[in-house]
Every structure is written in structure tokens, then in C-alpha cells.
Design a protein around this ligand. Structure first.
Ligand code: ADE
Length: 225
């Protein structure tokens, strides 16, 4: 899989992909993440990519031309399954969307700034809009990193234990059951006896019960959807 991220703030995206699971996934050749500085596609000498809004109003608007030029350059190299604009008014990211995106070959994530992009970008140049939650970030970069992380960890071979993404919260519409490690007792706080029983069927049954119970308490909406 390949993910191309278009941004005016490439430095913001250096951190998330330079460590741990996401870095190893790239080193193993399972994914390529390429960050593109939109300024390189600007047509003016100041390399600006935004301008005042027609009709007035506070805030700058990202211009259509640099974005179109950048997308044209990327599309000349390969075909993309989706061009996704990160926006607080997009479709809310869920595990099911992450699962769906993890099956694609090539994705583009376009990061905007909070006053947004010229509407013609949304009308003509993108295929989809995703929000990571009902709050406003100062730009789409952190949201793009969230989407890329949620997708990349699902790619076969990225996680050491191939089953671990399957037992994540949300994969079966439930939150995950509690987990414990050694010591079995600490300051009088003990691990549920069943987990020490060595009885796989009882343990499995307990985990399922806990997952349902936790979902009912914490996220009842998941049980109704
Ligand atoms: N850009 C600004 N806020 C955002 C959000 N909540 N989700 C996605 N992109 C954003």
C-alpha cells in the first residue's frame, strides 16, 4: 500500500512515521508513506498556497491551483483509489472505514487548514472527506496521521501477532475486554481468578462477557447500531 500526504506543514508529519510500528511497516516494505509539501506546487514567487476569501470573512483559503498541480503530478505516477480531504465536516472515522481503506492500494490524504480549501477542490478534485471527530484541529495533518496509523496497523504483517488487530476494540462491534500481566497480585489488587485457571474455554467465555458488559457500560450505542 502507498499513502501520499499533501500538506503545507510537512514537518508536522515527520514524527508519527519515524518511530515504532509505522516505521517498521515502511522498513518491511509493507507501506510507503510519502509527504508532499504543497508549497512546491505554488505558482507564485512567495510560494504561497492560500489567499484571501472572495466576499470577505476571516481567514485564508487554500488555493485550488497548487492542489490541482500536486494531484496531477501524483496521478501521473499511479492511479489512486481515493483522494481524501481531511475536514471536520467529513464522514466520521470509524474502525469500519479504517478496515475498508486498508484494502486499497494507493491513497492520497489532503490536509487543509481550518478555514478550509477553495470549494472547487471539494467539488472536483477529491473523492471523499473524513473527520476524526467533532472538534476542530488547526490543520488536517494530525488527522491524516491518525487515519494513516489506523489503516497501516491493519495491513498483514505489520503487527507481530497477526491476530492482534482482529481482537482490537471495535473489530467485532464491542470494546476490548480488560487485560492483566504479572504479578498476579500487587498491593492486594488481584487478577481475576479465571485468567489464572488455565481453562481456555472458561477464559474465552469470560472475555466475551467482559467485552459485552464493558460495551454496555461505556459505549451502549455500539450495541444498538
Ligand atoms: N481538520 C481540522 N479538524 C479536523 C478534524 N476534526 N478531522 C479531520 N480533519 C480536520
Amino acid at each position: 500500500m502507498r499513502i501520499d500526504i499533501i500538506t503545507t506543514l510537512p514537518k508536522l508529519l515527520e514524527g508519527p512515521f519515524s518511530d515504532s510500528i509505522l516505521k517498521r511497516a515502511q522498513q518491511k516494505g509493507l507501506v510507503t508513506v510519502a509527504v508532499h509539501d504543497l508549497r512546491a506546487y505554488s505558482t507564485n514567487k512567495h510560494r504561497s498556497t492560500d489567499d484571501y476569501a472572495f466576499g470577505g470573512g476571516a481567514g485564508m483559503v487554500m488555493m485550488v491551483e497548487p492542489i490541482d498541480r500536486c494531484l496531477t503530478a501524483l496521478r501521473a505516477e499511479r492511479t489512486y483509489d481515493e483522494v481524501i480531504y481531511m475536514s471536520p465536516d467529513g464522514e466520521l472515522l470509524t474502525q469500519s472505514i479504517a478496515n475498508e481503506l486498508s484494502l486499497k492500494q494507493n491513497l492520497i490524504l489532503l490536509c487543509g487548514h481550518y478555514k478550509g480549501v477553495d470549494e472547487r477542490v471539494r467539488q472536483h478534485l477529491i473523492t471523499r472527506e473524513i473527520s476524526i471527530g467533532d472538534y476542530v484541529l488547526s490543520g488536517g495533518e494530525l488527522a491524516a496521521a491518525v487515519v494513516a496509523d489506523a489503516v497501516i496497523r491493519l495491513l498483514p504483517g505489520v503487527l507481530n501477532d497477526e491476530t492482534s488487530a482482529l481482537t482490537d476494540s471495535f473489530q467485532d462491534g464491542l470494546v476490548a475486554p480488560p487485560v492483566y500481566t504479572r504479578p498476579a497480585e500487587y498491593k492486594g489488587w488481584s487478577v481475576p481468578e479465571v485468567l489464572l485457571s488455565g481453562n481456555p474455554a472458561r477464559i474465552e467465555e469470560w472475555k466475551q462477557e467482559q467485552a459485552v458488559e464493558r460495551t454496555r457500560k461505556r459505549r451502549p450505542n455500539l450495541l444498538n447500531d
